[in-house]
Structure formats: C-alpha cells, structure tokens
Design a protein around this ligand. Sequence first.
Ligand code: 5GP
Length: 218
Amino acid sequence: MAEQTPHIADRFERRGILFIVSSPSGAGKSTIARKLLEAEPELEMSVSATTRDPRPGEVDGKDYHFVSLDRFREIVAANDFLEWAHVFGHRYGTPKAPVDQALSEGRDVLFDIDWQGAQQLYQQAGGDVVRIFIFPPSMSELERRLRARRTDSDEVIAGRMARAAGEISHWDGYDYVLVNDDVEACFNHVRTILHAERLKRSRQTRLIGFVRSLIKGG
Ligand code: 5GP
C-alpha cells in the first residue's frame, strides 16, 4: 500500500530548482557541493566556462570548460550563456543548454557562481532560483584554509582575501546564509534547504487537478 500513497512531493511533477551556493573561495563550498552531488541523484552540477588557466588537478569539462578569450566572446555573442561575469580578472560564464536540458528533465541544477551570477540568474528565473551564501567562521580561518590548499601563491592568496570581504558584503542578495564552522553541519543545513525548497507549493505543477478531484470526493 505504501507504494500507492507516496508523499505529496513524489506524487506531482515539480519545477526544477536553480540551486546557487556562493562563498568566498576557501569557505568550504566545493566540499559541500561534492557531498551534495553524491547524496542527491536528482541534482547535477552546472559546469562553467572560464578564461583562467586550469589549476593542478583540475579537469577540462569537469571542473570548468577552459576556453580562450575569443571562444568566450563567441559564446557571449551567440547568447549561449545564462549569465557571465568578470571575476579575479578572468571571465566566467554559465552555459545555457545543459541547464535547460536538466530542468526540462525535472532535475535540479547546482551552481558554484559568485554574487554577480546569482543576481543575474535571479533576474531571469526568479522563483526557480534558491540562493545560499556560506560565510567562513572568521577571516583568519579563511586565510588558514586557503594556505592549507597549497595551490595558490602568497600574492594570489592576498588577492583572494581582499576579494573575500567584497563578496561577503553581498550577503543580503541571498535567501539563506550559513556559517561553515563545521563542514558536516553546514552540509546538512544545505541539504535540508534543498529538501524543503523541493516541497514548496509553488513548485508542484499538478496540484490544481489533484485538489479538484479531492474536493469532488475522488
Ligand atoms: P575559482 O577561479 O576559484 O574557481 O572561482 C572564482 C570565483 O568565480 C568563485 O567565486 C566562483 O563562484 C565564481 N564563478 C565560477 N564560475 C562562475 C560562473 O559561471 N559565473 C559567475 N558569475 N561566477 C562564477
């Protein structure tokens, strides 16, 4: 019998969510994104295009699509980015087609983009967008984490620290803000938000027919 009476969220088709998680680099966002993708089969990652060089260990097509400035400009001209922005002196953009595809197949899409990207996606897709900002517990802890990664020079780290304060100042452009002082707890909060957002009435696309038949006594 249980199979015939699933929870309401499973009974109705729902609109896919554009799930944005932003934070200064080093605040733990990529660990949380990885754990979320492992735990949530209906969620897929949006792979951005960037003009910056790959870091050691980064894989083209998986971490980013690494493209030339000319290629990036072509994609912009063809209107094939959902959004794009200048970040750290490079360009970053979200390819449109994979997002449209995922949403049309009823899956949610996870975005690791900055506040400029969050703002642009919100302007375009409003009610389908959920925006989370993750704070580091303190600036000294953020710097410690950046140094522990051992991927960036002192100069790059200083640049990231300077930029972190700027990014944090856009916290009020987000629906949820979390502090990552414990990665497991923070991950659990992010997952809870995703689950609750999936249950929102506005995302259930077949409710009216169901309610009508309930009222008729069906
Ligand atoms: P990183 O170079 O450390 O991978 O990323 C630098 C910043 O660019 C991060 O804050 C990341 O969220 C942001 N970013 C990555 N991809 C995109 C994108 O497609 N659009 C926007 N607006 N920001 C992005």
